[in-house]
Design a protein around this ligand. Structure first.
Ligand SMILES: *Cc1c(COP(=O)(O)O)cnc(C)c1O
Length: 810
């Protein structure tokens, strides 16, 4: 049997054979890859289970302060490789699978990606959970178990087609349903007010719609350290009544009723950065926060035997963007209506436990809810938010007379709407941005009013990524090379990667880095061939642009550059350019018309370019469908160039930039989000920086002075590209891309694509030149890798712990 973390191949082989036989009634010879996946998950789970129980027991016994990380999204990706690695089982498993005639990589592909997120925000939450467990911190995630995740993307005739992401058709082996820990969440109904004998007020709710929140727990396994934390995902289910009037009644009520309730955890909203004001979305938010806060209070009472006035000593709650902000009034509700605290005491307790992370400064992404909708769905919560607002506005009026005219811009309820970011700031003791530049813009611009009155709340926590997944797991060749050069300590202390600098001018070592990259490019080239039937040249520059499709991320700028290069080559077939393979991966929100047009444009340009014999050795454009964590894991190790070209000031941080840098890609980017900090570390000479700065963009927005038509009229290169959108070169009809054309010229190019084009071209010309010198390129690449340890989420988590959470390691 297994003792500690040392597993033998004999032991594992025996276990696998046993499970295959017991669970599937098969011999290993008869087992499919899928059977083997479930068998391995089963073995890993039984190894995890004891550690999981022990971790929970220790947290409870020692009275540790707990972090609760609330997020509407957790983009965790596949777990089998991660859990094998973190349990210390990966190498043995590789051997055993080989001996049994299987390939581990192929078995891993059998796992469904848990697509419980849209993009960066959800992936951040997943990286944080990994770092918390790996650093032995008592921190747990709380989210929703969406029945359908983000849609599955297909590209058909160049268009994005959305298929439902039915990720739960087969059992999900990592989750455990905990029916006995279910919690009731209430919506709608009426609120009645009574006076108690002591003169205090009592609130009773009647005729509410009650929904059961059933927890499904997923273990979060720390890296070879016996710590297993929990990601708790709530699922909505009806409560069955025992009293029914008639069979008909039961049948109809139950079917409709059941359906409307299951909707609550039915699907993930596929909208990344502008939120629809849908009642269902608000329901989801309250469902998550109410279930979680009720659970936290129960746990606190069971484990600590302390008065709730001391809640902040044992509990800290981080809210990931404004989506879980209802947790604040929900805690107030429980403290007042159930625990009978007065307002002031309840408010004191509440504002000592919440911390809020802001993820965007884009106006259209700052959440608001219409009062009527809110009030009808959550009558008691509305009363509380109303009172929070009254008291806050009074405080502004009396304590900050100089701010009086700013009150309409600061009020939580204003002009018929409830402003969630304002509620989050008022109800939290900490407000953080996610990169230095982003936090600066929050303080100086977007949230300046709040910063003026409560500067002590504001702090920065630059995002990070787990280097265990994004390097060690997805790029084992690079991981091994790093360990060979500087020893394995970097795995626990990623900042030690800085010691790679001393090899960054060593030609023999750089050749090793280059060989790793080439092998990874070959692997990706094979995948591209399987997926698309297109052969790409591994000696070409792999230029990678992977992220959600959004105008501010400027995939359009990239396409304009490709069209430009294509024309240059058509005009002059002997033009000496370094061959390029442009690789895209991106989903557009289904209702985001222009984003979908841009996807169509990329695919149309790809079709044209890839089939033109004139440019065949120099240019290829690849769009890989269904961008998700698993696809990112395949692309990133093979990237030479990382496109991080958002309109400056728009990308709060970015984490794709960090993943690509860590795998040796050189960044072409604007000084936006965390690119600024990457640049501070590696130096301008090891990146390709271009374009407007954030202050310049903001100044144009505030003062005007930019006219896209001027550029269109004066720059022939741009006019040629723009006119093509209208003349049918890339479409079946001449009107194919007119929407993009009009969008830019009639809305004055709000993301400065035309304005930054020239500077972007120059940066690309420099890339072309630099890549010709393998030594220089690989040197820069190694410098980037060496500095990337700074962006490990271990680092980020440590800063949250020190400045905000104040929790202790097990
Ligand atoms: C990292 C990641 C993102 C975020 O990428 P950005 O470039 O920071 O926008 C989005 N989706 C997936 C699947 C990721 O892994």
């Amino acid at each position: 049997m297994s003792t500690g973390s040392v597993y033998t191949t004999e032991w594992l082989k025996k276990r696998v054979i046993e499970v295959i036989s017991k669970q599937f009634g098969k011999s290993v010879k008869e087992a499919s890859k899928k059977d083997m996946y479930f068998a391995l998950a089963n073995v890993v789970n039984s190894e995890i289970r004891e550690k999981w129980q022990n971790t929970n027991k220790k947290y409870n016994e020692n009275g540790h302060k707990q972090l609760y990380y609330l997020s509407m999204e957790f983009l965790i990706g596949r777990l089998l490789r991660n859990n094998l690695l973190n349990c210390g089982l990966l190498q043995v498993t590789e051997k055993v699978m080989e001996e049994l005639g299987f390939q581990l990589d192929a078995i891993l592909e059998e796992e469904e990606d848990a697509g419980l997120g849209n993009g960066g925000l959800g992936r951040l939450a997943a990286c944080f959970l990994d770092s918390l467990a790996s650093l032995k911190y008592p921190g747990h995630g709380f989210g929703i178990r969406y029945r359908y995740g983000l849609f599955e993307q297909r590209i058909i005739h160049g268009n994005q087609v959305e298929l439902p992401d039915n990720w739960l058709t087969e059992p999900y082996p990592w989750e455990t349903r905990k029916e006995d820990e279910a919690i009731i969440v209430q919506f709608h109904g009426n609120v009645h007010m009574f006076k108690r004998n002591d003169g205090s007020l009592e609130f009773k709710y009647e005729n509410t719609d009650k929904v059961l929140a059933i927890p499904y727990d997923v273990p979060i396994v720390g890296y070879q350290n016996d710590t297993v934390n929990t990601l708790r995902l709530w699922s909505a289910e009806p409560i069955y009544y025992d009293k029914v009037d008639s069979l008909d009644d039961m049948f109809f009520r139950d079917l409709n009723h059941q359906h409307s309730i299951e909707q609550i955890s039915g699907f993930l909203y596929p909208d990344d950065s502008s939120l629809e004001g849908k009642e269902l979305r608000l329901k989801q938010q309250y469902f998550l926060t109410s279930a979680t806060i009720q659970h936290i209070i129960k746990q606190f009472k069971n484990n600590y035997r302390l008065p709730l006035t001391r809640l902040h000593e044992k509990v800290v709650i981080q809210i990931n963007d404004t989506h879980p902000t209802l947790a604040i009034p929900e805690l107030m509700r429980i403290l007042m209506d159930e625990e009978r605290f007065g307002w002031d005491e309840a408010w004191e307790i509440t504002t000592n436990v919440f911390a809020y992370t802001n993820h965007t400064i884009m106006e259209e992404a700052l959440e608001t809810w219409p009062i009527d909708l809110f009030k009808n769905l959550l009558p008691r919560i509305y009363m509380i938010v109303h009172e929070i607002n009254e008291r806050f506005c009074k405080r502004l009026w009396f304590d900050y007379p100089e701010m009086r005219e700013r009150i309409p811009n600061m009020a939580i309820i204003a002009y018929g709407k409830i402003h969630m970011a304002r509620l989050a700031m008022v109800g939290s003791f900490s407000v953080n941005g996610v990169a230095k530049l982003h936090t600066k813009i929050l303080k100086e611009k977007v949230m300046n009013d709040f910063y003026t009155i409560e500067p002590h709340k504001f702090n920065n926590k630059t995002n990070g990524i787990t280097h265990r997944r994004w390097l060690l797991q997805i790029n084992p060749k690079l991981g091994n090379l790093i360990t060979e050069l500087i020893g394995p300590q970097w795995i626990l202390r990623p900042k030690q990667m800085i010691h790679l600098l001393k090899y960054s001018k060593d030609r023999t070592i750089l050749e090793k880095f280059d060989r790793v990259k080439n092998k990874n490019k070959q692997t990706l080239a094979n995948y591209i061939y399987e997926q698309t039937g297109i052969k790409v040249d591994t000696s070409s520059i792999f230029d990678v642009h992977i992220k959600r499709l959004h105008e501010y991320k400027r995939q359009l700028l990239n396409v304009f550059h490709i069209i430009y290069l294509y024309h240059e080559l058509k005009d002059n077939p002997n033009l000496d350019i370094t061959p390029r393979t442009f690789i895209f991966g991106a989903k557009a929100a289904p209702g985001y018309h222009i984003a979908k047009e841009i996807i169509k444009l990329i695919n149309s340009v790809a079709t044209k370019v890839n089939n033109d014999p004139d440019v065949k050795d120099k240019l290829k454009v690849i769009f890989l469908e269904n961008y998700n964590v698993s696809l990112a894991e395949k692309i990133i190790p093979a990237a030479d160039v990382s496109e991080q070209i958002s309109t400056a000031s728009k990308e709060a941080s970015g984490t794709g930039n960090m993943k690509l840098m860590m795998n040796g890609a050189l960044t072409i980017g604007t000084l936006d989000g965390a690119n600024v900090e990457i640049c501070e570390l590696v130096g301008k000479e090891n990146m390709f920086i271009f374009g407007l700065k954030a202050e310049e963009v903001i100044a144009f927005y505030e003062q005007g002075g930019y006219d896209a038509r001027d550029i269109y009229n004066t720059d022939d290169r741009i006019r040629r590209i723009m006119d093509l959108l209208n003349d049918g070169e890339f479409g079946k009809q001449s009107i194919e891309f007119k929407d993009i054309y009009y969008h830019i010229l009639y809305h004055n190019d709000p993301y400065f694509v035309l304005k930054d084009f020239e500077s972007y071209l120059e940066a690309h010309e420099l890339i072309d030149q630099t890549y010709r010198d393998k030594y220089t390129w690989t040197h820069k690449s190694a410098v980037n890798i060496a500095h990337s340890g700074k962006f490990s989420s271990d680092q980020t988590i440590q800063e949250y712990v020190n400045d905000i959470w104040k929790i202790k390691k097990l």
